[in-house]
Design a binder for this molecule. Structure first.
Ligand SMILES: [Fe+2]
Length: 340
């Protein structure tokens, strides 16, 4: 079965396409106010122009830009993952590091709003996007803001996924057979389980874990290790022989379920940004499709240094004690439904 060739409506809400008009709006702004765009790129612009704000953000007395993005509350206490992930690191990581990415993202959007004429809607369009939509449309963000958005939106999205992906006591083999509800189809759609998909793609769950550990340990400097889902492309399926029953079965299964892959990203890059932002470590497929994160592990030193010092492998081993298989399975079902 050939994979669908049209993008899922979930991944591309209609208003995302308005991003295409941003360069036009900026050009029009430049013609109307030639002094405005250069000031957008001034590093002290935000500090020097805090007297006004966009409709979706405000500046506190301490200079903090609030909105449109907010730090999500943890769905558990800071000490909930003890003794594997310690309370002090969790609090510092969430309340300081993640908060900084949120602040920097809001500040970048605020700088854009301050540089534009009040009637301009380019900044409002950007501010109206979810953080995932921003990541999927980085190429449409004005070039001078792209690095700031890439780092801060990536940091915000990556950490939000990371927190939800942590929970003590879950077990992959105790998760009920997966049934997802596709709002565009009638009734529930039965999909394969994450456990079965890991076995199909990596040989066994244990083999997947060993390769994930190797990938996470191999990240040079700061970055992330990911398990992602990628839909099968037409060329992926053409490469599978259908001469034998096993070949036809494989083509049908992969056509329906796609691939699971292990990838790494540098700094705060996200697989949601696109294939060009990841390094593929393991897994089949052409890697050209939309990547949906299933599991993400932060391997920046700030994630583990207080407890594990420089022993990153020990931190990676501790991760298996707190990985939230329920959340990973939910994300896998969502990825399947988005591509079927
Ligand atoms: Fe982090």
């Amino acid at each position: 079965m050939a994979p669908p060739t049209t993008p899922s409506p979930r991944k591309s809400p209609p208003h995302v396409y308005f991003l295409a008009v941003i360069p036009v709006l900026l050009a029009a702004l430049f013609l109307a106010r030639p002094d405005a765009l250069p000031s957008l790129f001034s590093p002290d612009h935000a500090a020097s122009s805090s007297s006004s704000s966009s409709s979706s953000s405000s500046t506190t007395a301490s200079g903090m830009i609030t909105g449109p993005h907010v730090l999500p509350a943890l769905p558990y206490a800071y000490d909930a993952l003890e003794p594997y992930f310690d309370k002090e690191t969790m609090e510092l990581h969430h309340a300081r590091h993640h908060q900084t990415y949120v602040h920097n993202l809001n500040a970048a959007l605020h700088r854009l709003s301050q540089a534009q004429a009040p009637e301009s809607s380019a900044s409002e369009l950007l501010s109206s996007l979810s953080v995932h939509e921003l990541l999927r449309n980085l190429d449409k963000v004005p070039a001078a803001l792209r690095t700031a958005i890439r780092n801060s939106a990536g940091g915000h999205a990556n950490h939000a996924l990371f927190w939800r992906g942590l929970k003590k006591g879950t077990s992959l083999d105790q998760i009920a057979p997966q049934q997802g509800h596709d709002p565009e189809a009638e009734g529930a759609v039965r999909v394969t389980s994450l456990q079965h998909a890991l076995e199909r793609n990596f040989g066994s769950v244990e083999a997947f874990q060993a390769q994930f550990e190797k990938a996470a340990a191999s990240v040079f400097g700061s970055g992330w290790a990911w398990l992602v889902h990628v839909p099968a492309s037409a060329s992926d399926l053409e490469g599978l022989s259908d001469a034998a029953e096993s070949g036809r079965d494989a083509r049908a299964w992969i056509g329906k379920n796609g691939f699971l892959k292990l990838v790494t990203t540098a700094n705060q890059d996200s697989p949601l940004m696109g294939p060009e932002y990841v390094t593929v470590v393991a897994g089949g497929g052409s890697s050209s499709g939309v990547m949906a994160p299933i599991i993400g592990l932060d391997v920046w030193e700030h994630a583990y240094y207080l407890k594990f010092q420089n022993r990153r492998p020990d931190y990676i081993n501790a991760f298996w004690e707190v990985v939230n298989w329920e959340e990973a399975s939910r994300l896998y079902v969502d990825a399947l439904l988005d591509n079927n």
